[in-house]
Design a protein around this ligand. Structure first.
Ligand SMILES: Nc1ncnc2c1ncn2[C@@H]1O[C@H](COP(=O)(O)OP(=O)(O)O)[C@@H](O)[C@H]1O
Ligand SMILES: [Mg+2]
Length: 259
């Protein structure tokens, strides 16, 4: 089920270092939001706060609030492990378990939730998730072959299948196409457009064409200089960000004048 994300005045730290400052943003369910901005401005750091992955890094902590459908992710008693099941993540480099079969890769997360998954339920979930990730037709005859034997683009779709197999509410993607060729990139972009009917999707991309192709809203982050915190500069409909931004720095970035 797709859910809204509401971030209120979030500061993100690595120990004493303030990496991202004062972000407030509302993200609607069933939409794709792109995070863009120059390298080092904190896109990945901020993205990881949306499923409490940031705290896995020693010294990683936040101040402020992140509400998913109104529930504070950082509220007292909230279990970060459960949060990560509701808010899935796909990384820059496809990271399937290479020696594990395609089938078991899809089920890896789901097995953590349900240790007694029956063969029949597992088969159904594998098919549904691989269908959802637009990979089923390519792998249905080799489900017992290792995940590491797939092409890069197929591996990334396998990781998406693994992420959606646990029925998350939100899917976070950090430059999911940066290691892929153009055809695989196109396949992932098509998939994102389909997945947004069911999930709230946030994607970090350094590719402006990709942001304009896949996203409904775009958030431009920037950094004033080394050692300074990254900030959210402008957030609006993607078409507005690319054709009529309000802030000069956004205009400079989307027109390729820096970054
Ligand atoms: N594990 C870490 N420990 C300390 N600082 C980090 C770590 N990861 C990123 N940073 C710092 O946080 C800032 C934002 O980095 P990052 O989120 O990776 O930016 P982006 O994804 O926009 O390129 C940078 O100054 C970076 O050096
Ligand atoms: Mg990054």
């Amino acid at each position: 089920m797709s859910k809204s994300i509401e971030v209120q005045d979030l500061n993100v730290y690595y120990s004493d270092f303030l990496a991202v400052e004062g972000v407030s943003i509302d993200i609607e369910p069933r939409s794709v939001t792109a995070f863009i901005g120059p390298s080092g401005c904190g896109k990945s750091t901020f993205l990881r706060t949306l499923n409490r992955m940031h705290e896995v890094i020693p010294g990683g902590h936040v101040k402020g609030r992140v509400l998913i459908d109104g529930d504070d992710l950082y509220g007292p008693g909230v279990d970060p492990v459960l949060v990560r099941r509701h808010v899935g993540m796909v990384f820059q480099r496809p990271n399937p378990f290479p020696t594990m079969s395609i089938r078991e890769n899809v089920l890896a997360g789901a097995r953590l939730n349900n240790k007694r998954l029956s063969k029949g339920d597992g088969d159904a979930l594998v098919e549904k998730s691989l269908q959802g990730a637009n990979l089923w037709n390519e792998v249905k005859d080799r489900l017992d072959k290792p995940g590491g034997g797939l092409s890069g683009g197929q591996q990334q779709r396998l990781c998406i299948a693994r992420a959606i197999a646990v029925s998350p509410d939100v899917l976070l993607m950090d430059e999911p196409c940066s290691a892929l060729d153009p055809i695989s990139t196109f396949a992932i972009e098509e998939l994102i457009s389909e997945l947004k009917n069911e999930y709230t999707i946030v994607i970090v991309t350094h590719n402006m064409q990709q942001a304009s192709r896949v996203s409904d809203k775009t958030a431009f982050f920037n950094i004033a200089g080394t050692g300074k915190p990254g900030k959210l500069i402008e957030y609006n409909d993607t078409s507005t960000i690319f054709t009529a931004p309000t802030v000069q720095a956004t205009e400079d970035y989307v027109s390729g004048r820096f970054g």
